[in-house]
Ligand binder design. Structure first.
Ligand code: FMN
Length: 167
């Protein structure tokens, strides 16, 4: 129903009560534009925005959808959904986002930051292991063999960043 969502009731009431919580669902663009205007009136640390799914698995993320809210939200913006090293760098270099977050790639690549830093290939996760309630498929992917690399110094620095980002 327009103006409602499944979790929080009428949009106008939720805006007043919980300006930091909202999800896409069936909202109209006008609702979101209004929410952005309201967010700008609050001390929001950042906006984490999950865009539409890429048209195909591994496809290019929807930069335009992110850009719409870049124009409307005044604070730091983190873009999410389908980004990899190349598209993540591109959306930041374009000024469309300040940072990019990853979920799927982090599951299969516990050393994702190192792999990005070294330009290493990424492992692919197995969706059949998602949402099972078991640890398998979440905690058993190996780190890449950067210690054998000629770029060991770079790898150690990146690994230190991995460590600090997880603590
Ligand atoms: C296995 C799995 C579990 C997830 N669990 C959550 C969750 O608990 N809460 C949430 O807000 N998003 C969750 N997500 C969604 C991610 O945070 C992210 O928005 C989505 O996967 C798109 O980013 P990506 O393309 O980098 O994976 C999950 C995604 C995956 C793949």
């Amino acid at each position: 129903m327009r103006g409602h969502d499944h979790f929080h009731g009428p949009v106008h009431q939720r805006r007043c009560r919980e300006p930091q919580r909202f999800t896409a669902d069936d909202r109209t663009l006008a609702d979101y534009d209004a929410l952005m205007a309201e967010l700008n009136g609050h001390p929001v640390a950042y906006l984490h925005l999950r865009g539409p799914a890429p048209a195909s698995p591994g496809g290019t993320p929807d930069f335009d959808a992110i850009a719409r809210y870049r124009r409307r939200f005044d604070g730091p913006l983190i873009a999410n959904h389908g980004f990899d090293r190349e598209s993540g760098n591109a959306v930041i270099e374009a000024g469309t986002a300040d940072a990019v977050s990853s979920a799927t790639h982090f599951i299969a690549n516990p050393d994702l930051v190192s792999r990005f830093a070294l330009g290493r290939d990424l492992a692919t996760g197995d969706p059949a292991t998602y949402y099972t309630g078991a640890a398998g498929g979440y905690v058993d992917y190996p780190v890449s063999g950067w210690r054998d690399s000629a770029a060991q110094g770079v790898g150690e620095a990146a690994a230190a960043r991995d460590q600090s980002s997880c603590s």
